[in-house]
Write a protein that binds this ligand. Sequence first.
Ligand SMILES: Nc1ncnc2c1ncn2[C@@H]1O[C@H](COP(=O)(O)OP(=O)(O)O)[C@@H](O)[C@H]1O
Ligand SMILES: [Mg+2]
Length: 339
Amino acid sequence: MIILGIETSCDDTAVSLIRGTKNKLTILSHIVSSQIMTHRKYGGVVPEVAARRHVINIIPTLDSALRQAKISSDKIDVIAVTRGPGLVTSLRVGVQTAKVLAFAWRKKIIGVNHMEGHIYANWLGRHKISLPALCLIVSGGHTELILMKNHGQYKLVGQTRDDAAGEAFDKVAKLIGLKYPGGPLIQKLAKQGNANRFNFPRPMLYQKNYDFSFSGLKTAVLYLVKKEFSEKKLPLADICASFQQAVIDVLVKKTIRAAKKLNVKTIILAGGVAANDPLRQQLASAVNNELELTKYISPPLDLCTDNASMIAMAGFFHAIKKDYSDWHQLEADPNWELV
Ligand SMILES: Nc1ncnc2c1ncn2[C@@H]1O[C@H](COP(=O)(O)OP(=O)(O)O)[C@@H](O)[C@H]1O
Ligand SMILES: [Mg+2]
C-alpha cells in the first residue's frame, strides 16, 4: 500500500510518500519545507504568517515528494493528512489540499491526529512493537504520558499543567538571548556546560501523579538571570546544561515510575524534544537499569520534529483497518486531542 502523508499543523510544510506492507514501513520520499528562518525574526511562530507560507509551499513540496519517490498519482492508495491539533489556519491548508487531491484522484482519505503521528514515527523499519506501551510525547505544544494499549487505543496517564517541555526550551532560550527554536541550541551549548552549577527546581517530581509543570522552571531561570547576572555576562553553557538536566530528570523519573505501575512492555519516546540526545540516552539507561523486561525505543532523529512520514505511517495503521474519513466531513480541528 502506498500512502501520501501531508502535515501542516504548525510551521513546517511536509509531504511524504511511504510504502506499507504487513511487515514493514519504508519511506519513499520525505520533504519538509521549514519556515524557521521566516519565524526566527519574530522569536516564535506567527500563525497568520505560517498559514500564508503553507499556501505558497504546499504544491511545490508535494511535487518534490512525488518526484523524489518517482511515483505517479495513480500508484497512491490513501492520502493521510493531519487534521489536528495545531494552528487552525495552518491545518486548513493541508486538509484542504488533501481533500482536493482525494476528490480529483478518487482516493481514500484519512484525517490523522498529529500526536498519534509522533507516536508512529517509531514504527519506521520496525516489524513489531510490543504493546501495551507507555508513550512519552514531548513537543512544542504537548507533554503527555499516554498508555497505548493497542493500535488506536489510548489512555491519558499524565500531562503538563502549564508549559510543554519544548515550549520551556524555547522560552528559556529566548530569555537568555538564543534564537528560535531553542531546543537544539540549548542542547548544543549544554554540551560544554556544568549541569550541577545551578540547582533549578524539579517541578512535581515527588507528587504521586504523572503530571508535569515547566513554567516554574522557566521562572527560576528568569530570576537567576535577572538577580545574579543582570550586569554580567551570562554563563550560557552552565545555564543550558542545568536547565536541560532539570527537564530531563522530571521526564525520566516520572516516565519510569508510570511504566512500573502500568507494567508496560515498551516505552516509546516521541515528539520534537525526542531529538534531545541527553534525554534519549538517559531514558534509555534508566529503562535498562530499572525495568528489566521493558524495551525502550525512540524515533530516528529526522522523524522527531514535525514531518509527514509519521502522519503517513499512522495513516497506514488506520488504512489496514479500513478506518477511512469521509472527505465531505473532514475538517481541521485545532483542539483535537488524542485522548
Ligand atoms: N534537540 C532538541 N532538544 C530539545 N528540544 C528540541 C530539540 N529539537 C527540537 N526541540 C523542540 O521541539 C519542539 C518542536 O516540536 P515539534 O513536534 O516539531 O513541533 P510541534 O510542537 O509544533 O508539534 C520545539 O519546542 C523545539 O525547541
Ligand atoms: Mg509536533
